[in-house]
Design a binder for this molecule. Structure first.
Ligand SMILES: N[C@@H](CCC(=O)N[C@@H](CS)C(=O)NCC(=O)O)C(=O)O
Length: 220
């Protein structure tokens, strides 16, 4: 059965691929699973039909037969469990790859998300300018630890896995800040992820949606 995911009808990032449907698209592309996309507006995301799928009114969601999932990591994990290619067969290596998925989401992503909170959510607050350097330093600390662990390796633990997929997508959000460039080995790691044909297909698919929505907005 072809799964259906949800994505922004008009992504706020204008097609940079930072929306979390890109992770899911990438995972589906890595395992060769075709998928359908249902585009939702911000208004639709907060309406009962979408809230029944996603209690927090967000994207992405994933529907497949009688199964409905939310949370990008859970969706990527489900895809990785159902198909070969994103998690190693060896139980210990598999557990380590899953650990990297959690590390991406619960240790590396939170400080990175603080940039957006400080910029957009608290942009008008008096503490904004004082807070930003603190956030940047906290992120630098995490990146230094991650770079130390990655070392000269291509991927975090052996072959490319769902752990790398999540980590690369989390790190991509740092590009506009210039922070990623301060850690050349991590910048190269992200570039390796982006060079994967599956990532390129996922990126192109989300970009096509963003371009179509920008064209429609310009014509309106
Ligand atoms: N932890 C969730 C976060 C989902 C999330 O933040 N989605 C964003 C798009 S990337 C969203 O829907 N934002 C709109 C909103 O929260 O109203 C996941 O990984 O799926």
């Amino acid at each position: 059965m072809t799964p259906t995911i949800t994505a922004f009808a008009a992504s706020p990032d204008g097609g940079m691929g930072l929306s979390r449907d890109t992770r899911v698209r990438w995972a589906l592309e890595e395992v060769g699973q075709p998928y359908d996309v249902r585009l939702v507006s911000f208004r639709e995301m907060k309406e009962p039909a979408h809230l029944a799928l996603h209690p927090f009114g967000q994207i992405p969601t994933y529907e497949e037969g009688g199964l409905a999932l939310f949370e990008s990591a859970s969706i990527v994990f489900h895809i990785a469990e159902r198909h070969r290619g994103l998690l190693p067969e060896d139980p210990n290596a598999r557990a380590r790859a899953i650990t990297w998925m959690f590390a991406a989401l619960s240790t590396v992503e939170p400080p990175i998300l603080e940039i957006g909170t400080a910029k957009f959510g608290e942009g008008d607050k008096p503490w904004r300018d004082a807070r930003m350097p603190l956030i940047f330093d906290r992120i630098r600390g995490r990146l230094a630890q991650l770079a130390a662990r990655l070392g000269e390796a291509e991927w975090l633990d052996g072959a490319f896995s769902a752990g790398d997929l999540m980590m690369v997508h989390v790190l991509q959000r740092l590009k506009p800040s210039g922070l990623l460039a301060e850690f050349p080995s991590l910048a190269a790691y992200v570039a390796r992820g982006e060079a994967r044909p599956a990532f390129k297909r996922a990126f192109a698919a989300q970009l096509a949606v963003a371009e179509a929505s920008q064209k429609a907005a310009a014509a309106a």
